[in-house]
Design a protein around this ligand. Structure first.
Ligand code: ADP
Length: 342
């Protein structure tokens, strides 16, 4: 029996037990009160009959007592039987209702467990890939009796690369797990402009390598946020813009203030537009899923990544009550817009 089936049964039994305790307690009290009332009623009736001039000569007081006793027992038995039937009915109905209630209670937990399990499976699969590559390279080299120093060095360099990938992956997994537990309480007033500048400084080396230029239009905007998480968010978006752009292209960062919705509430927006490979319409709804990578980033030039960046980004945005929108055309480029309530 799996964990959830056992939990359903346990919860059902628990609900039924509560209902039955209440129902039996109620029935016992009712039985006591009602049989007392019936007793008193019959006694009163007996007194009236005894004093009645209609009472026949041959009806002695002992036969009256016998009739009273019989009536009393019959009423009490009928009352007790009815209460037993009532409790049996409650038991059946509450069992059915409790089973459905238990299912409803457990469903969100079961779903969350499912997501967690899938995540663990995906994560261990991704962790295994570089480990397997390292293992087979080492095994092949160990079998080679004439392994020369340059070859050994090449192997070590390749292993080092795989280790670096593993480090990036475990750091991303840790970030994802950490930002899941964060709450809004840790937010304070921060300058969105400073955050964008700091994030830019972190990725500028990467951009210089590909001779990518930036065009920026910044604004002094304040929002409620967690500075480190927000820097992480913009580093992810900027790194992607660089990663998926060709050499010597241009990335445009634009900040704005917008009124939106029926209430005309104020939003601070940051737009990051690149002129890179773009994203197919089919991939667009999926890129925020954990471990999702569009085919273009897996094949061709093989761009490094694990498909975790955007899911971390989305979590950070949700923590800030913000939104993210993407417009993209394959071959033309992508435009990610992040919005935060001011
Ligand atoms: P990673 O970049 O590590 O693969 P992400 O979660 O950051 O993971 O992105 C998921 C996928 O979305 C990428 O694999 C890529 O296919 C696509 N993507 C994200 N940003 C861009 C971009 N600026 N241009 C083109 N494709 C992008």
């Amino acid at each position: 029996m799996n964990f959830f089936n056992f939990a359903y049964l346990k919860l059902t039994a628990f609900y039924v037990l509560i209902v039955i305790i209440i129902s039996v307690g109620f029935s016992i009290t009712l039985y006591r009160i009602s049989s007392g009332e019936i007793n008193r009623g019959l006694l009163r009736q007996n007194v009236v009959i005894r004093n009645s001039p209609m009472l026949g000569e041959n009806q002695s007081s002992s036969s009256l007592d016998q009739i009273l006793q019989d009536q009393l027992e019959e009423s009490n038995t009928r009352l007790r039987d009815n209460l037993i039937y009532f409790n049996l009915l409650v038991l059946i109905l509450s069992s059915v209702a409790s089973f459905f209630l238990a299912k409803r209670t457990m469903q969100p937990i079961e779903k969350a467990m499912e997501v967690q399990n899938r995540f663990t499976a995906d994560a261990s699969h991704e962790l295994r890939t570089p480990l397997t590559a390292m293992r087979s390279e080492i095994e092949v080299s160990l079998r080679d009796n004439k392994l020369a120093l340059p070859q050994a060095k090449k192997l070590l360099r390749s292993n080092l690369e795989e280790i670096a990938k593993l480090e990036t992956l475990s750091a991303s997994l840790l970030k994802l797990a950490k930002s899941q537990g964060e709450t809004k309480q840790s937010l304070s007033e921060v300058s969105l402009e400073d955050i964008v500048i700091e994030s830019y400084e972190k990725v500028v080396v990467l951009a210089t390598k590909k001779e990518i230029k930036f065009d920026t239009k910044l604004l002094d905007l304040k929002i409620m946020g967690d500075k480190l998480s927000l820097i992480e968010l913009f580093v992810i978006l900027l790194e992607n813009a660089i990663k998926y752009s060709s050499k010597k292209s241009k990335i445009i960062i634009t900040m704005n203030k917008e009124k939106q919705g029926a209430l005309h509430s104020l939003w601070a927006t940051v737009k990051i537009k690149d002129h890179g490979i773009g994203i197919k319409a089919l991939d667009l709804p999926l890129i925020f899923n954990r471990f999702y990578r569009a085919d273009t980033s897996r094949s061709k030039e093989k761009i490094d990544g694990y498909g975790l960046g955007l899911s971390i980004a989305k979590q950070i945005i949700e923590l800030h009550g913000g939104r993210i929108e993407v417009i993209s055309r394959p071959g033309k480029g992508s435009e990610f817009t992040v919005k935060f309530p001011v």
